[in-house]
Design a protein around this ligand. Structure first.
Ligand code: ADP
Length: 507
């Protein structure tokens, strides 16, 4: 027998004994509700007999669900770490083998070892890989490998269900699993008695992001002068994993720059690296090209500052402008994010102001070069068109209009239900508000109204920038010389060159 002597059942699971995961709840931030619920498991693991005596049934299994990188593994380790018990971790994919019986043997082995060393924690990451919805009656395919793999997966899943059902005898073992695709899981697994608890691990909000940054900053040398809260605020949607990576990246930059600790410019560089990419050397636009870029980016930044100054606009102000090519971009404007509440219900005036900001690039070109416009601002113009269409259609903020076409499936399904986490592609922001998938007919009427709106806002923007011709030129000149300009410098230039000032300055 070819396989004789080889023990396939030996799971690759690594047991780390006596709290040596080393992770504690203090290492986890931004998911307080989940941590709160999981505390109970720690209490149980520390003293399972007490729970028995009191007649409290321990939770069977706990499913952690949520997008990657938000701390599911981390929090599972923290439970074992806090309770000081062994932690048996395996990935769902490690059970998926073509060889018949290997997966289920590994499951048996994993649970056996955890029970021997109880109290203990079993954690299966990406459980969807092993517990995908079974196909009911097994359908033979002509592909034998496929048949074998499917059958094997189903046997493995059955074994897992058996272990979970027999859990009462294995008191003192907590079974945790994580997935970001709950929709793929076999319903049998989600039945009561298997996963008693389903805990959602969400991406952190601004406050959570700050706490996570603080945790990771404390592990490196971070200068006191770095204002972590600005980064927390300006990086919406960043997960714990991404923020941890940011701090690591900044530390690398600091070392490369010969700085004794991480300073703000290192953090900015790291943000840019992780968003647009590293600086590109050896690619240099000709001077004319750089001028166009500078005018466009300054136009965008300046419109936002002017609208805030003179029209009390609630739009993002510019943090910095750069014409250093990075990754796929030749230049960029980085904005400060507004307070989170401002994004909850954006109002029409605010959105129209933002539309003006996006049109600021082309408007600036027109102010400086007249009809001799270039492609430098097309990206922003595309964004502007998209925003205008959303204002008119999905958000219906101009004169209310009938949107033709089918409502998006999301609308049909969840019309009267509060927003839910949906793993099938709808976007959730920090508040759980979702953006319905865009699905509308761009009929003639919509097209015409979009055009009118853009035209209207564009004219306003051109005339605004014309009044500040001098400041625009000056800021572009500074940007061309220094390659990077901060929002404060833009403000300073606006102070020094009030409206209607004239300067003669050649780019
Ligand atoms: P998941 O299991 O949800 O994919 P992980 O737990 O593997 O995410 O996260 C990867 C790393 O990112 C963690 O080891 C930790 O360094 C960092 N991280 C993620 N979420 C958090 C968090 N909520 N608090 C602190 N650090 C986090």
């Amino acid at each position: 027998d070819l396989w004789q002597g080889i023990d396939f059942s030996r799971s690759k699971a690594e047991a780390r004994v006596d709290g040596s995961t080393g992770v504690k709840f203090k290492d986890v931030a931004g998911i307080d509700e989940a941590v709160e619920e999981l505390q109970e498991l720690v209490r149980y693991l520390k003293n399972p007999e007490l729970f028995d005596k009191m007649g409290i049934k321990p939770p069977h299994g706990v499913l952690l669900e949520g997008p990657p990188g938000c701390g599911k593994t981390l929090v599972a380790k923290a439970i074992a770490g806090e309770a000081g018990v062994p932690f048996y971790q395996m990935a769902g994919s490690e059970f998926v083998e073509v060889l018949v019986g290997v997966g289920s043997a590994r499951i048996r082995d994993l649970f056996k070892r955890a029970k021997v060393n109880k109290p203990s924690v079993i954690f299966i990451d990406e459980i969807d890989a092993l517990a995908t919805r079974r196909q009911g009656i097994f359908k033979e395919s002509t592909d034998h490998l496929y048949n074998a793999a499917t059958q094997e997966r189903e046997t493995t899943l059955n074994q897992l269900l058996i272990e979970l059902d027999g859990f009462d005898t294995g008191k003192g073992v907590i079974f945790l699993a994580a997935t970001n695709r709950r929709d793929l899981l076999d319903p049998a697994l989600l039945r009561p008695g298997r996963f008693d608890r389903k805990i959602r691990i969400r991406p952190p909000n601004a406050k959570g992001r700050l706490e996570i940054l603080k945790i990771h900053a404390s592990k490196v040398k971070m200068s006191e002068s770095v204002d972590l809260s600005t980064y927390a605020k300006n990086l919406p949607g960043w997960t714990g994993a991404k923020l941890a990576q940011l701090v690591q990246e900044a530390a690398l930059v600091a070392v490369r720059q010969g700085h004794g600790s991480i300073i703000q410019s290192d953090m900015d560089d790291a943000v840019d690296r992780l968003t647009v990419g590293p600086k590109r050397v050896g690619i240099e636009l000709d001077y004319q090209g750089q001028c166009r870029r500078a005018i466009t980016e300054v136009g965008i930044a300046m419109v936002s500052h002017l609208l805030r100054r003179y029209e009390n606009a609630e739009v993002e102000c510019c943090d910095r402008i750069s014409i250093i090519p990075r990754g796929q971009t030749l230049s960029q404007v980085v904005f400060h994010r507004l307070d989170d509440e401002s994004y909850m219900f954006e109002r029409r005036p605010q959105l129209l102001h933002r539309l003006q900001v996006l049109l600021g690039g082309r408007a600036a070109e027109e102010v400086i070069y007249g009809q001799d416009t270039s492609r430098a601002s097309v990206g922003y113009l595309a964004d502007a068109s998209w925003l205008a269409r959303k204002i008119i259609t999905i958000w219906n903020l101009e004169n209310p209009m009938v949107i033709h076409g089918e409502p998006p499936p999301w609308r049909k399904k969840e019309r009267f239900v509060g927003p839910r986490l949906d793993f099938e592609g709808s976007l959730y922001d920090d508040y759980g508000l979702i953006e319905p998938p865009v699905n509308f007919n761009l009929d003639d009427q919509v097209a015409q109204r979009t055009e009118e709106l853009i035209q209207d806002m564009y004219e306003k923007t051109v005339s605004l920038l014309r009044q500040h011709h001098a400041a625009l030129l000056k800021a572009a000149k500074v940007l061309l010389n220094k390659k990077e300009v901060s929002g404060e410098e833009i403000d300073y230039i606006l102070d020094s060159y009030p409206p209607q000032t004239h300067i003669s300055l050649l780019l």
